[in-house]
Design a protein around this ligand. Structure first.
Ligand SMILES: Cc1cc2nc3c(=O)[nH]c(=O)nc-3n(C[C@H](O)[C@H](O)[C@H](O)COP(=O)(O)O)c2cc1C
Length: 342
């Protein structure tokens, strides 16, 4: 069985999986159609929806398709801190006339999603927030699927390597969205992407660089350092095919938002996004409790989007958000890879 080789992409661009709306089958298909590798986000949706998304993407492109899953983490508990945080957010929720969500712990339907992947066999599967078990990695590889671990430290790289993955995404500190940090209670690593990339390349030949990559020069630089490709998320958020909500689209182009910051206030796990009032007001007290805080703030964030208020919902984005441009995803991939077309 021949497995998909990440070293053979025509354009060294991976379209990052972006859970929570931005990733769509059309976006994944457009990135793959342009010679890159498009990803579907398998997190925060049901196994049936994931199966439907894979089928839709397959109908839109004959190119490769990747799927990303969040690996379920242990329940960090902290019911009292969560209850206190819910009390703190109650007033804001009432301003939007919504009830906060139930702060529940779930496994994100992970075992059923692994079965979907074994059945539908996308070309590539990547994991974030940890690495799949050696057993699951073995089953996916036996099904002809290339397996990838998202890592943010050397220790995580060694752990994933021992489980048998084929490749790595080295995610640097400038990345938009959640940090892939395995330990849900650990502070996110701050080593630069360059330092992390060099360390991961000492342990694998197939490494994708991610985090704060926004220009053709950035892509050229990480490929020059040995990465097989650059994984970009933020650069695709304004693309025609992305499912980015209108409030986030506007915020990304709104001069009042001048910087990004890492926050646990929206989901209970560290993620980078445009710095807004919610982050400023609630960062200190938000407990590290994922996915409970994600579910707790969900209705509030959806209400803020409905009301067009950019200060009460998250806008995940990396440090290079100022480089993001609207347009067809294929044109964005082409521009980013223009200095190194293979
Ligand atoms: C809106 C958004 C959602 C994201 N969701 C996921 C996800 O579901 N799974 C994942 O592995 N990474 C996710 N990421 C992180 C990306 O995989 C990648 O590391 C990041 O986008 C790279 O940094 P950049 O945004 O500066 O390009 C997300 C990033 C963004 C911006």
């Amino acid at each position: 069985m021949t497995m998909f080789d990440l070293r053979e992409l025509d354009a060294p661009i991976v379209g990052a999986p972006m859970a929570g709306g931005p990733s769509t089958p059309a976006l994944a298909a457009a990135v793959s159609g342009a010679g890159g590798l498009g990803f579907l986000a398998g997190a925060l949706l049901g196994a049936d929806k994931l199966a439907a998304d894979i089928a839709t993407a397959r109908n839109l492109t004959s190119g490769p398709i990747g799927v990303n899953l969040f690996v379920p983490q242990f329940d960090t508990g902290r019911p009292e801190e969560i209850a206190g945080y819910a009390e703190e957010l109650a007033e804001l929720a009432s301003q939007f006339a919504v009830e906060l969500g139930e702060p529940r712990y779930t496994d994100d339907d992970y075992p059923a999603k692994i079965d979907v992947l074994l059945d539908l066999r996308p070309d590539v599967v990547s994991f974030t927030f940890g690495c799949a078990s050696a057993d699951d990695i073995g089953r996916l590889r036996a099904a002809g699927i290339t397996t990838v671990a998202t890592v943010t430290t050397v220790d995580e790289t060694e752990m994933a390597k021992a489980r048998g993955v084929d490749a790595f995404v080295a995610q640097g500190p400038g990345a938009g969205g959640h940090r892939g940090t395995f330990d849900p209670l650990a502070e996110p690593a701050t080593d630069s992407l360059e330092v992390l990339l060099a360390a991961v390349l000492e342990r694998s030949d197939v490494v994708i660089a991610a985090g704060g990559i926004g220009t053709p020069e950035d892509v050229e630089r990480v490929v020059g350092l040995g990465a097989v490709a650059a994984q970009v998320g933020t650069a695709l958020l304004l693309s025609d095919e992305a499912g980015t909500n209108p409030v986030s689209r506007a915020a990304l182009q709104d001069k009042q938002f001048t910087e990004t910051a890492v926050t646990k206030s929206f989901s209970g796990r560290y993620a980078r996004g445009l710095k807004n009032r919610f982050m400023e007001n609630h960062e200190k007290t938000a407990p590290l409790a994922y996915p409970q805080i994600h579910y707790l703030t969900g209705p509030l964030r959806r209400a803020a989007v409905k009301a067009g208020d950019p200060h009460a919902t998250n806008h995940w984005a990396g440090t290079a958000f100022g480089e993001a441009r609207p347009g067809a995803a294929a044109a964005i991939v082409e521009a980013l890879s223009s200095r190194i077309r293979r």
